[in-house]
Design a protein around this ligand. Structure first.
Ligand SMILES: [Zn+2]
Ligand SMILES: [Zn+2]
Length: 252
């Protein structure tokens, strides 16, 4: 699998980091994990096949994770000739069907019927879904909003775990144990810590339990970049750590 971190920032606006979004590709499967503001244009900037995305998975319904979805659908419908005809599969927590209905109520019927089929898979915690080409996606509940989930993407014996947004939860770390890549939010420094997000030390403590082959950090609010993130993570986790940037990519 190829993982590309497209958006490593938040709604605390940054000139170098757009809102959350990450691409996982293998064979014909092009899975976009979250789709926040700026992610659609990052796909183009990175010369990625934006027209060929097959799946979009939402970790939760905060604006910084969903707001470019309508932009992408509009691009697939009106931004290319011929328009898209291939089915799109949208994956998300329970409530995703209603989310898309409310989006269409606001944007218009073109979002409900864009000229290509949209299948919606509401994935309950513990469930898995076959993505095709030997890939599967599963999820678990994480503490952030009522619907928030973390995702596990498996293919060919490799595993990527993506936290979405979350507060500290050792049970999650047990679920993530043995991932090849743990793509983990790292929102705020200790001085600004809140229960719904992780600090670098908390991300390190989760990684110490999960023991991924590589810890990749994302979802940085600007203040967290004023502390020595790698050093604080290393107080708990001694494995390799990457502070992702928009456009960073790795083979998993
Ligand atoms: Zn959130
Ligand atoms: Zn967020």
């Amino acid at each position: 699998m190829r993982l590309t971190t497209l958006g490593t920032g938040t709604v605390s606006l940054s000139p170098s980091r757009v809102c959350a979004g990450h691409l996982v590709q293998r064979g014909a499967v092009h899975l976009l994990l979250d789709c926040g503001s700026g992610v659609a244009h990052r796909l183009v900037q990175q010369n990625l096949d934006w027209a060929g995305i097959t799946h979009v998975a939402f970790s939760h319904f905060h604006t910084d994770h969903i707001s470019d979805f309508a932009t992408l659908v509009q691009a697939w419908r009106y931004g290319q000739l011929p328009p898209r005809s291939a089915e799109l599969v949208v994956i998300g927590p329970v409530g995703t069907v209603d989310l898309l209905r409310r989006m269409a109520d606001f944007h218009g019927d073109w979002l409900r019927q864009p000229g290509f089929p949209i299948a919606v898979i509401e994935l309950a915690p513990g469930a898995t879904h076959d993505l095709g080409d030997g890939m599967a996606i599963g999820c678990t509940k994480v503490p952030h909003t009522d619907e928030s989930v973390a995702y596990s993407i498996n293919a060919g014996g490799r595993r990527i775990v993506y936290t979405g947004d979350m507060g500290y939860d050792p049970m999650f770390a047990e679920w993530a144990r043995g991932a090849d890549v743990l793509l983990c939010e790292c929102s705020l420094p200790d001085s600004m810590a809140v229960p719904a997000h992780l600090t670098p030390r908390q991300a390190g403590a989760l990684a110490a339990i999960a023991a991924p082959r590589r810890l990749v950090l994302t979802h940085f609010y600007p203040p967290v970049e004023f502390v020595d993130i790698a050093a604080e993570v290393a107080e708990h986790y001694s494995g390799p750590v990457t502070l992702a940037t928009d456009g960073w990519s790795t083979e998993v």
